[in-house]
Design a binder for this molecule. Structure first.
Ligand code: PLP
Length: 485
């Protein structure tokens, strides 16, 4: 079927000159490939100067600008001032490092501009494939349901809503939550802040989250968990959920997931696992045994954007019972009813599994990354990160200035200074390293004391980078100690 030519008056938003667009776009692609190739050579991070920041405080442009000029602004004013998480000496917080394959996948997904809230198109199938792969990885039934979300914080919130509905029934969606008996939930004192936040957002209230102390191995003290549950029941409350952590944010410690599954099953509680950091360690034969019990959980929140290096954002919620998952969120409206055939057909759409209706094609970048690299290579990169972390731990143990502050369970090394009086230097050292563009660790607090935290998440980090890091730590310390005297 041919469509008659337009009258030339109406103006679409496509380029006026496709050849010019092609040239500019190929240059932009080259720019980013060169950037990725040379990422280890640049500074880890640099502060955007005021004149660059001022570029993004401009009035709304009513007239357009040549695309190549806009790309030039990106080159000069955005590209050099990123977070730095691609660099092998970025160790702050817990950031994935991305891959060139993920970058291209993002471009392809943007080209398709698929809305993956629903409808009968291939993007939905790709997302279902990822759910099936996740189920296979974690030992869930093949029919488990999965959903891409921004990150583990959102996945934990949605998982908590499924757990809440499982406990009190789906009528809660219409009638609201009654506080009698009071729902209570449990996690370890080392659980991530997204857990209390999820309790807040779900209307349960973070005051009803019991933070159970951890044992010496950094995992939740399961005996104390049992005691807490008993005492809540005695007080007339209603325990409904236990959140296990696979890789705590501070030290990478694992809860004993098998023991938590025992408690949850014996007590009739929902068992959710925050696997943001450590769930993907299941791809490493070395760390897989630590995740025993994960396969018995009811839901898992984790991030493809961390240790699978899928570009941000790519959080995921996996729920064992697809019917419960759907019944927690599905909200039938006539304009989204399923047709028997055609584009409006299909069974469960992603919009039935979470609150988002319009959503991008996150599944493509996850699928392309995993399809290209293979799960084993991603697992090997996870192993390597942990070996690099142990190397750093060894260097710190041998240092006369710095000292490891916690056991290295996985890939996170927390450390302080040997002299107690030097503690005040820790944050200035971190800021100095960041501002010099040498390395980007971050800070946290362990047992009430500030420590430097290096999370080795990056597949580009090697032992030689840690050698340099420790030398530069010492250089910063000496300079700052000198200044302080
Ligand atoms: C253990 C843990 N849980 C949850 C989160 C939150 O994940 P996200 O940033 O993807 O929301 C993080 C982030 O680092 C984490 O380390």
């Amino acid at each position: 079927m041919s469509i008659p030519a337009g009258d030339g008056v109406a103006r679409s938003l496509d380029p006026d000159n496709w050849d010019e667009f092609t040239r500019t776009s190929h240059n932009a692609l080259d720019l980013m490939i060169d950037f990725l190739r040379g990422v280890a050579e640049g500074p880890v991070w640099r502060q955007a100067p005021p004149e660059v920041q001022a570029r993004f405080d401009a009035p709304l442009p009513h007239d357009g600008q040549d695309f190549s000029a806009v790309i030039d602004i990106f080159r000069s004013s955005i590209l050099p001032y990123g977070t730095g998480n691609l660099h092998p000496l970025f160790m702050g917080w817990v950031h994935g490092a991305g891959t060139p394959y993920g970058m291209i996948a993002e471009m392809l997904a943007a080209g398709l501009n698929a809305n993956c809230g629903g409808r009968n198109h291939i993007g939905i199938e790709v997302e279902r494939q990822i759910a099936r792969w996740a189920a296979e990885m974690f030992g869930y039934p093949a029919g488990a349901s999965g959903l891409f979300v921004t990150g583990t914080s959102m996945a934990t919130f949605l998982g908590l809503l499924v757990a809440r509905d499982a406990a009190v029934g789906h009528e809660v969606r219409r009638g609201g939550l009654k506080s009698d008996p009071q729902l209570v939930l449990y996690a370890s004192s080392e659980a991530h802040g997204c857990v209390p936040q999820a309790a807040d957002l779900a209307g349960i209230g973070s005051a009803h989250l019991r933070l159970v102390p951890v044992a010496a191995n950094g995992g939740i003290d399961v005996d104390r968990l049992r005691i807490a549950i008993r005492s809540d029941r005695d007080a007339g409350h209603r325990p409904f959920l236990v959140v296990g952590t696979a890789g705590t944010v501070n030290t990478g410690a694992f809860d004993d997931l098998d023991a938590l599954a025992d408690v949850a099953h014996a007590e009739g509680l929902w068992f959710h696992v925050d696997g943001a950091l450590g769930a993907l360690a299941i791809l490493s034969p070395t760390f897989r045994p630590r995740l025993k019990g994960l396969e018995r959980s009811h839901s898992i929140a984790f991030d493809f954007h961390k240790w699978a290096h899928v570009p941000y954002d790519a959080g995921f919620l996996l729920v064992r019972d697809p019917n419960l998952h759907r019944a927690t969120f599905a909200h039938p409206v006539p304009y989204l009813a399923r047709a028997p055939r055609g584009l409006g057909s299909g069974g469960t759409w992603p919009r039935d599994l979470g609150p988002d209706l319009s959503r991008g094609f996150r599944a493509l970048k996850a699928w392309m990354t995993i399809r290209t690299l293979g799960a084993d290579r991603i697992g090997a990169a996870i192993d390597r990160c942990c070996a690099v972390a142990r190397h750093l731990e060894g260097l710190l143990a041998a240092s006369s200035s710095f000292v490891p502050a916690a056991p290295v369970h996985l890939n996170i090394v927390c450390f302080g200074l040997r002299g107690r009086r030097e503690e005040a230097l820790l944050e200035p050292i971190v800021m100095d390293l960041q501002e010099r563009g040498i390395a980007a660790p971050s800070m946290t607090v362990l047992d009430g004391k500030p420590v430097i935290r290096a999370a080795i998440v990056n597949h580009r980090s090697e032992e030689r980078h840690m050698d340099l890091f420790v030398r530069e730590l010492e250089a910063s310390r000496q300079r700052l100690a000198g200044t302080a005297c």
